[in-house]
Design a protein around this ligand. Structure first.
Ligand code: F3S
Length: 76
């Protein structure tokens, strides 16, 4: 299990994360990515289920600015 959140200051709106994991990442009105999984609202407090981990890993690896933060415990 893990938790994810986008560092929106570092996101360049490339879109790769949404392509890799559309159930986890979507964009705000400025095109900046955020975690939308299960209503997380980019807080990084919603545990991402095991079956989503491959998509999540693909998204992290695809991000050119490494701004998708991952943790084993909730962010706040
Ligand atoms: Fe932004 Fe990285 Fe996604 S730059 S749009 S968080 S792949």
């Amino acid at each position: 299990s893990s938790y994810a959140s986008v560092d929106k200051e570092a996101c360049i709106a490339c879109g790769s994360c949404n392509a890799a994991a559309p159930d986890i990442f979507d964009f705000d009105t400025d095109g900046i990515a955020e975690v939308i999984y299960e209503g997380d609202n980019n807080r990084g407090i919603t545990m991402i289920k095991q079956e989503m981990q491959d998509d999540l890993q693909d998204a992290i690896e695809s991000c050119p600015t490494n701004c998708i933060k991952l943790a084993q415990v909730p962010f706040s």
